[in-house]
Design a protein around this ligand. Sequence first.
Ligand SMILES: [Zn+2]
Length: 63
Amino acid sequence: MALIQCTECRKEISQKAYVCPHCGFVARQSFFTLMLILLLSTMFFVVLDKVIDVYLAITKHFL
Ligand SMILES: [Zn+2]
């Protein structure tokens, strides 16, 4: 398991750690991962909304 240096307290923390166990600082790399997950989930719901719209349009067309 790779270790990275905390940008706040300079202590070594796990690369997979979301928050530094020493000072509680949110690791930058993990912060971007969180933002990416947030962005992807937002995109997922936007796409899901469009899929539901298309599904309803098709259902109305055939009924
Ligand atoms: Zn720290």
